[in-house]
Design a protein around this ligand. Structure first.
Ligand SMILES: *Cc1c(COP(=O)(O)O)cnc(C)c1O
Length: 381
């Protein structure tokens, strides 16, 4: 009996991407087996973290790396590291930042809410966020003005679909900060496939998620300069105690990095492109549906399937289709940020062949028998 049956839990098909409220991602067999084995053993945690640092350095070309609880903690601990360095009395004092460089400049267009406000990750370390630019744009001049103070760190977010507005090219932003001796921390949560590119901007620390596309247990990787990574690790004796990586997470990350290194990325990319094309072809034959394959807006190397719903022909609109999928069994989750424009997006990467078929079958069924208004009202009540 599976866990869902045992505990009476909702069966989920996740076509929404690495979304935290539905458990983010699916670990592969090797990662799951390694994490399970780690759970029943003891380890010298410092040795595990030293190994993680060497492995991350070898895989990414960075000087060093460490594993913390998640990306949110990676951001908080990177900010903390920029304020304390490796000074034990400073580490122990946080979040009291008296006498420390506690200003953190964030372009206003990057101050997103990814489930909670990004700025809270900054404040959690005791630092004070300072917004640069407006809600629609942050120019190089805006950024330079905000950086032109002592005691500053700069936090940047890699393009995510949550970002609204224009920002200068990353390498220029990093160079502007470095001209003033300001360290740069990058939130690249879902960008583990682009770590090299992000480190290439010159950023001092890059935070990426282990549990998103890398498929490890919940973990945040902090990657970059050895001194800064050392200062992140120093937080273990401070606020980082509440944000530590477990042994199964570190082992899971090590295994996921090994799996990633062995992956034939070109073949994988072709597979994802074919999968999206097959979905688009079949969904496009359904009444009232126009389907297409979309490039990922954040530069990730796989397409997403977009379906546009014509309510006149389909008998219901995009929002009603998404609701019917989510409230059915299994519960099917997809990206609904464009549903008001009549469009739904599906990320097909983690779907098994069986799940792929279930999504198409349920879509066909909903369009053949649109739920009655009455049912919909009951569902949303
Ligand atoms: C997912 C995400 C985070 C947080 O990641 P966790 O590992 O869940 O803490 C932070 N920033 C961005 C842009 C994200 O997408």
């Amino acid at each position: 009996m599976g866990l869902h049956d045992q505990y009476g839990l909702t069966q989920v098909i996740n076509a929404r991407g690495p979304f935290t409220p539905v458990g983010v991602s699916r670990s592969g067999e090797r990662v799951a087996a390694a994490a399970a084995e780690a759970l029943s053993g003891f380890f010298v945690m410092e040795e595990l973290q030293d190994l993680a640092s060497r492995t991350i350095a070898r895989v990414t070309g960075a000087e060093a790396g460490t594993v913390v609880h998640c990306t949110a903690s990676a951001i908080t601990l990177s900010v903390a590291a920029s304020m304390t360095g490796q000074a034990p009395e400073r580490v122990a004092a946080l979040p009291d930042t008296t006498g420390m460089p506690a200003r953190v400049v964030v372009p206003a267009v990057h101050a997103i809410d990814y489930g909670h406000p990004l700025l809270q990750d900054v404040r959690l370390a005791g630092a004070t966020p300072v917004l640069a630019g407006s809600d629609t744009e942050c120019t190089l001049a805006d950024l330079e003005a905000a950086l032109a103070h002592p005691d500053t760190t700069c936090l940047l977010l890699v393009s995510s679909r949550l970002v609204r507005g224009a920002f200068v090219p990353f390498d220029r932003a990093v160079a502007a900060a470095h001209r003033r001796g300001v360290p740069v921390v990058v939130d690249g949560a879902a960008q583990d496939l682009r770590i090299g590119e992000l480190l290439g901007t010159g950023a001092d620390l890059v935070a990426v998620s282990g549990q998103k596309y890398l498929g490890s247990p919940t973990a945040g990787l902090v990657i970059g300069r050895a001194g800064m990574v050392g200062a992140v690790r120093a937080q273990e004796k401070g606020i980082g105690r509440a944000m530590k990586a477990s042994k199964e997470a570190v082992i899971g990350v090590l295994t996921a990095l090994r799996v990633r290194q062995e992956l034939d990325l070109d073949a994988w990319r072709r597979e994802q492109t074919d999968k999206a094309a097959r979905f688009v072809e079949r969904a496009g034959t359904l009444p009232g549906i126009t389907a297409s394959a979309d490039r990922d807006p954040t530069g990730l190397p796989f397409p997403r399937a977009r379906i546009a719903v014509d309510p006149a022909e389909a008998g219901l609109d995009a929002t009603a289709v998404a609701t019917a999928l989510r409230t059915g069994s299994p519960s099917i989750w997809l990206m609904t940020h464009d549903q008001d424009k009549g469009e739904l997006l599906l990320e097909l990467v983690p779907l098994t062949d069986g799940e792929f078929e279930v999504v198409l079958a349920r879509l066909a069924e909903i369009l053949a028998h649109p739920p009655q208004d009455q049912d919909r009202a009951r569902v949303s009540a």
